[in-house]
Ligand binder design. Sequence first.
Ligand SMILES: [Zn+2]
Length: 442
Amino acid sequence: MKRVIPWLALAVSLVFARGGVSAPGASEIEALVRDISPANIEATLKKLASFETRHVYSSDREGFGIKAAADWIREAFAALSPRLQVSFDDYELAAQGGRLSRPVTLRNVVAVLPGKFAGDKDRDRIVLVNAHYDTVARPVDRDHPRDDFDNPAPGVNDDASGVAALLEMARVLSGRAFDASIHFVAFAGEEIGLVGSTLMAARLKAEGRRIDGVLTLDMIGNIEGGNGFVDNRRMRVFADGPEDSASRQLARYAKTVAETYFPSAKIDCVFRADRFGRGGDHTPFVLEGWAGIRMMEALENYGRQHTVHDTLANMSVDYCARNTRIVAAVLASLAAAPPAPVVTSERGQPLLRRGPSGYDAQLGWNAVPRDDIAGYKVYWRKTTAPFWENQAFVGNRTEFVLDKVTIDESVFGVSAVDTDGHESLVAAYVMAPRRKSAYQLR
Ligand SMILES: [Zn+2]
């Protein structure tokens, strides 16, 4: 076995400053994360609640409703840093039945922190972190008309908590430069069917953009389950399959980073798209072929969700801030990292062979096109294991042989590590599904 260099030791030993704005190293990510302010988060939660409702069909009055809330979010992003490119992402929707009962201008709010290759569409990579700012609530009583969209819907946990996290992360990260562009997006229309995220995902796909990871923060502040259980420590990460999907790699990455920076954190990966029968804004991006996960609280309170009781008093600012710190560490690590190596041939075949003896695991990959790659790490685990079991730093090369390890019983992957110690997502070697055959009978 080749020499193994633990990732963090490498990170700490190789951190060095560049001129001007630079990508943060491990110790700097720790400092950025510590800078996340519970007081700022609480101020955002109160402000978003002050609009009374953020339903997509709410009235447009000063200081009331979704339009005023969108204006405020846009201004709040713009006030953080001149480096953030802030805009509305608007869609004119026709009435089409169901929850889209009338025409509406759907307005996502976007803040882009440009990465190293921003403006070069072929090289720019996007990490998209998002929450939804629209709300919905059941009428306050049975006699209340169901089409009164000015019905109070404070949505403090669902999902002002995610929007507050976006603003606070944008504040602490916007002073640094990252390899990838970070898109902070406050979606509208989540509550009427993931509409804002679906339309944006389709637009970015049509534009040929590359998204390396989508992190959806939806309800990150509740600690009291409706069943009396309390949990202010765990966070759940939902990731759809199949088992070696890019979304699962993103979930494993999030868990590793979170538990590295926060040894007391408990990140529970749930290997399904979302809660049973429920949905989130990461899913439209996953359906377009990108990696996406939902990061959220451990326990939900169904008696408060989508009611007038989704208030600041019924959630925990400290837990929301703690989860924001965890997500900020994941986001900064991911955006600072180089792209993952491509582990397939030009024809799309996995570069995994049985050479040279015929009974070894011979891993090949394409060099990552960056001039600061320190080397690559190979990973492997049993097919039934949820997380990587073995890893080795193998230096700056594009092939590695694990002697006498069969490729049939393990999953293999490769990541790239740059000279600052930033590690990419792991690219897994995935076996192509066998096609169904058809035969002609005499
Ligand atoms: Zn929500």
